[in-house]
Design a protein. Structure first.
Length: 164
């Protein structure tokens, strides 16, 4: 289910893959997530949820808490699904220290701290480079403000200061 049917106040979680998924991998994840959100429950009550995979590297999962709030156990199920996906594919969605830089034609570059530092030094990553802001807690903020300049991202603040 897409995120379009959810209210802007829905709670959202983000997961960045450690590399962009190939089309077959993206299809596999989309199928697993579709099955998951359509049957996602909290204490036996169905959750009004959705997901979106952008740039084959950024997974957003959201729940409309005004319909039914997710429990800690139900939230853990998303993490378990992604751990299983990692075990099956080797693609890690649980590294919280990644930077995603959207590219033309629906692709993205994914950087860890070291590769981002190398990209800064090589001129490929600059202070105004648009990067994904995955610090939003609400779906409406994600929809309206998905991109931010690298200099405003937590990694950008650290690395640009370090390289000044």
């Amino acid at each position: 289910m897409s995120l379009a049917h959810l209210s802007p106040g829905s709670r959202v979680w983000f997961f960045i893959a450690d590399r962009p998924l190939a089309e077959a991998e993206a299809a596999k994840l989309n199928m697993a997530m579709s099955e998951f959100v359509s049957g996602w429950k909290s204490h036996g009550s169905a959750l009004s949820a959705g997901f979106e995979l952008r740039w084959n590297a950024l997974l957003a999962v959201a729940v409309d808490e005004s319909v039914e709030a997710p429990s800690g156990c139900s939230i853990d199920k998303v993490f378990r699904l992604l751990m299983d996906f990692t075990a099956a594919t080797g693609i890690d969605f649980l590294n919280r220290l990644l930077l995603l830089v959207p590219q033309p034609h629906g692709t993205a570059l994914v950087y860890n701290r070291q590769s981002a530092n190398e990209a800064i030094n090589g001129g490929q990553l600059q202070e105004n480079t648009p990067v994904a802001d995955v610090m939003h807690a609400r779906l409406g903020d994600f929809t309206a403000n998905l991109l931010q300049p690298f200099r405003e991202h937590w990694m950008g603040k650290q690395l640009l200061k370090q390289n000044a």
